[in-house]
Design a protein around this ligand. Structure first.
Ligand SMILES: Nc1ncnc2c1ncn2[C@@H]1O[C@H](COP(=O)(O)OP(=O)(O)O)[C@@H](O)[C@H]1O
Ligand SMILES: [Mg+2]
Length: 261
């Protein structure tokens, strides 16, 4: 497998604050044999899982304090590691017995969650948004006993902005919010600077995490991203491919400026 590079989680010091459900009767069980080795957080013993445990603890505190139920993961530009982080964070969360988790791929133009979980192409989120599928049960996949549920997306020729601003998207979000047991819902979003898709989706979310790629994301970009996102709440930032050390929660607060060009 490719080398997994460090992910530096936001510690309490760096978080910037603004302001048992049923998986359903279906046979959409994720085959563990098809899961990508990049899902490091699924393995309790993988050293790289540690960064995601730190991120999950920090996020859990925010979730409990503010009642966030649906959160997004975005970045300024593509390839920052949004899908990698959203998937591993969801996997890590779902390993906590008290935290059922749902992962939704909302990057309609560059969907990639299905590949990470080895889910084969069939009707999914786009079809639900287009209206050809009416029930969430027909597009969801379960891992294990249902502690992690995945709603994948496959690449389709669709008008993503239209879908993400439409009534079906609003009903997707309200249906997810009413899943029994109120699981935490983590949405893999598109990047902010490529189209308005991320901002459209973010309007329905309780807050977002922004992935910052060391040596690539500039301070100006991050500031512009935060302005764009307003009034959506910024829950925190996650440093990906960071040289601050694997899971070093103080790497960021100790050298804020050093992380930006
Ligand atoms: N910390 C990391 N270590 C190793 N590979 C990573 C890391 N972060 C991202 N990648 C890989 O880089 C590529 C781009 O990441 P991805 O999550 O798809 O980006 P995005 O969703 O922001 O476009 C993927 O192949 C992903 O597996
Ligand atoms: Mg992605």
């Amino acid at each position: 497998m490719n080398e997994i590079l460090p992910v530096n989680t936001s510690s309490e010091a760096v978080l910037i604050e603004n302001g048992a459900f049923n998986a359903g009767p279906h046979d959409r069980q994720i085959d563990e044999a098809g899961i990508s080795p990049k899902l490091v957080a699924l393995s309790e013993h993988d050293i790289h899982a540690r960064a995601f445990k730190l991120l999950r603890t920090t996020l859990n505190r925010q979730v409990n304090e503010h009642g966030y139920q649906v959160i997004g993961v975005t970045s300024c530009t593509p390839n920052a590691g949004k899908s990698f982080i959203a998937s591993n964070l969801a996997a890590s969360m779902s390993r906590l017995s008290s935290r059922k988790t749902v992962l939704v791929d909302l990057d309609l133009q560059r969907a990639s969650i299905a590949e990470l979980f080895g889910i084969l192409d069939q009707a999914a989120v786009s079809e639900y948004l287009l209206g050809s599928i009416s029930s969430l049960e027909d597009i969801c996949w379960s891992l294990g006993a249902g502690e992690l549920t995945v709603y994948p997306t496959f690449l389709r020729k669709v008008n993503s902005a239209e879908l993400l601003s439409g009534e079906r998207f609003a009903s997707l979000m309200s249906e997810l919010r009413t899943i029994e047991g109120q699981p935490l819902i983590i949405c893999d979003l598109p990047p902010l600077f490529v189209s308005d898709d991320a901002l459209l989706a973010a309007q329905q979310l309780d807050g977002v995490l922004v992935v910052v790629e060391q040596g690539v994301t500039t301070r100006k970009q991050l500031e512009a991203a935060l302005r764009m996102l307003y009034p959506t709440k910024l829950i925190g930032t996650v440093f990906n491919r960071s040289s601050g050390g694997l899971g070093d929660p103080y790497g960021y607060s100790g050298g804020y400026g050093a992380y930006y060009k």
